[in-house]
Design a protein around this ligand. Structure first.
Ligand SMILES: [Zn+2]
Length: 164
């Protein structure tokens, strides 16, 4: 990493904090900003205006952010802009980072998006609430404990009968 002086553009080693010439606090060389800017330009260049009209409608879902971004990338390659949204009903803290996402596209791009995604077999990434990981309901857990207790008691009784 190279640091540069924002005033005189002199570059410095990463372990220095102030410019040796003019004393200005050093900043990182603008690689990151340039990269982000060109990525945004690239996105804007790819979007086809005929797919960018109308209300947003849900076209697919991803089980998490990265799956949804994969879908988004496929759509963008074909010129369809899209927006990711946290799936309704999962907006509780546990799911904020890892929860399912809806992929929304403008109405005018919906048909093309649905066609693309069915070709790529990505319309199957729908999320059902039953698919969530978990240890089961507390009721089931309690039932299991009671059953184990009863079976254990019966076993003790049988052994007692056999022994006497
Ligand atoms: Zn300087």
């Amino acid at each position: 990493m190279t640091l540069v002086c924002p005033r005189c553009s002199r570059s410095h080693e990463a372990d220095e904090r102030f410019c040796r010439e003019c004393g200005m606090p050093l900043v990182r060389e603008g690689a990151r900003e340039v990269e982000a800017e060109s990525a945004a330009h690239e996105t804007a260049r790819k979007i086809r205006p005929q797919f960018a009209r109308g209300e947003l409608v849900r076209v697919a879902g991803g089980r998490n952010q990265s799956e949804a971004e994969l879908v988004q990338g496929i759509l963008l390659n074909d010129g369809i802009p899209s927006v990711l949204r946290r799936t309704r009903g999962f907006d509780v803290p546990d799911f904020l980072a890892a929860g399912p996402r809806d992929v929304l596209v403008p109405e005018s791009g919906y048909e093309e998006a649905a066609r693309l995604l069915s070709e790529a077999d990505l319309l199957t990434v729908e999320q059902s609430p039953n698919g969530l990981p978990g240890i089961g309901s507390p009721g089931r857990l309690a039932l299991g404990v009671v059953l184990a207790f009863v079976l254990g008691g019966a076993l003790v009784w049988v052994l007692y009968q056999l022994a006497s």
